[in-house]
Write a protein that binds this ligand. Structure first.
Ligand SMILES: COc1ccc(Cl)c(-c2nnc3c(C)nc4ccc(C(=O)NCC(C)C)cc4n23)c1
Ligand SMILES: [Mg+2]
Ligand SMILES: [Zn+2]
Length: 347
């Protein structure tokens, strides 16, 4: 289920005459979170037009505008898992397609690139700010629907996306022939399910092996692994931006985590340390997350695309700033997110 989007809003988006030439929009150092919130739908359209998806796939501008507004409306105002997150994840997909020339270099067909961008935009639709274990632990409706297959939230994000595609005037894939249409939906499903961190852990070793043994663009299994890896890169891409962005993202994430922890406590369940505002050390958790997950992932990306190498250096620099944060936190014996604010950017 999702709320209706007014046709007046669709018209307004079609008439948006934003300057559109925001500086460095297609560079890796650009932070999509610096785009004004009300211009995000406009800049989402810009990504599709910039990649010439509309011409190539005969997507009506009004259909794309309506689709984007339904997707935006499908997100809730959680501290982190909201429309701004969706826009920033999709923006990183746009950067990868453009800067790594994924289509020109035959890493992706034009269809796979279109679905990659759409998957990122939709990958967290209707997120409630609680994770998969919360669904199962509390026996939510979503758990009753999907917990037997796992990836509870991701299956819901996919279901919501399908619902929007089946809404009058929103099916951006309507002009695809039936073969391309079913390929698009299969890839959409695989991409969205790949954003479950648990499935990332299961495939990271295969990704590593594939990249170290000379990636083969024509092997469908390797292609699937690459798309899964790229989805996680996009989902975690805030960490490749400057310190202010990655610090602010961490604040939003732990705001969400600690609210889940509070909710679990109020239900008589003890939250994991990461979600317990009394026990969690944000600097330690960020150092672990960047060390164990983000850096290995972007190192693999840079092995395949050397132009991603600078992103790994930014990750290492941001991690070193969390090391600094650690000393500051302990010196002032801080907990929760309040300690982060006093951190002057030491650069
Ligand atoms: C790709 O899917 C997701 C889903 C949800 C989230 Cl919040 C994230 C995510 N995006 N940025 C971050 C940052 C900066 N820190 C994080 C610290 C911990 C965890 C976490 O879930 N840890 C438990 C797990 C390892 C068993 C996730 C974090 N995270 C990514
Ligand atoms: Mg997710
Ligand atoms: Zn996400």
């Amino acid at each position: 289920y999702h709320m209706k989007v007014e046709e007046s809003a669709v018209q307004a988006l079609l008439n948006c005459r934003d300057d559109h030439n925001i500086k460095d929009f297609n560079k890796f150092h650009f932070s999509p979170r610096s785009v004004p919130y009300k211009h995000m739908p406009c800049y989402t359209i810009k990504m599709f037009t910039d990649l010439s998806f509309l011409k190539y796939w005969r997507i009506k501008m009004s259909t794309l505008a309506r689709f984007i507004l339904y997707v935006k409306k499908g997100y809730r105002d959680a501290p982190y898992h909201n429309w701004t997150h969706a826009f920033s994840v999709a923006h990183f997909a746009y950067l990868l397609i453009k800067n790594m020339q994924l289509i020109e270099e035959n890493y992706m067909t034009p269809l796979q690139a279109l679905v990659f961008l759409v998957s990122c935009l939709c990958h967290d639709i209707d997120h409630r700010g609680t994770n998969n274990s919360f669904q199962t632990l509390c026996g939510t409706v979503l758990a009753s629907l999907y917990s037997s297959e796992g990836s509870v939230m991701e299956r819901h994000h996919l279901a919501q996306t399908m619902c929007i595609l089946n809404t009058e005037g929103c099916n951006i894939f309507e002009s695809l022939d039936s073969d391309d249409y079913s390929k698009a939906l299969d890839l959409l499903r695989s991409n969205i399910l790949a954003t479950d961190l648990a499935s990332h852990f299961r495939s990271i070793n295969k990704q590593e092996k594939m990249i170290c043994n000379k990636y083969n663009k024509d092997d469908a299994k390797q292609q699937k692994l690459l798309f899964e890896m790229l989805m996680t890169c996009c989902d975690l891409s805030d960490q490749t931006k400057d310190w202010k962005v990655s610090k602010k993202t961490a604040e939003q994430i732990f705001d969400e985590f600690f609210s889940q922890g509070d909710l679990e406590k109020s239900m008589g369940n003890a939250p994991v340390e990461m979600m317990d505002r009394e026990r969690a050390s944000i600097p330690d958790l960020q150092i672990q997350f960047i060390t164990n997950l983000v850096i290995p992932l972007f190192t693999n990306l840079s092995l395949l695309f050397p132009s991603a190498q600078p992103l790994v250096h930014i990750l290492e620099h941001n991690r070193s700033l969390w090391e600094v944060a650690k000393t500051v936190f302990h010196k002032y014996s801080m907990s929760g997110t309040k300690g982060i604010d006093i951190l002057l950017d030491p650069n």
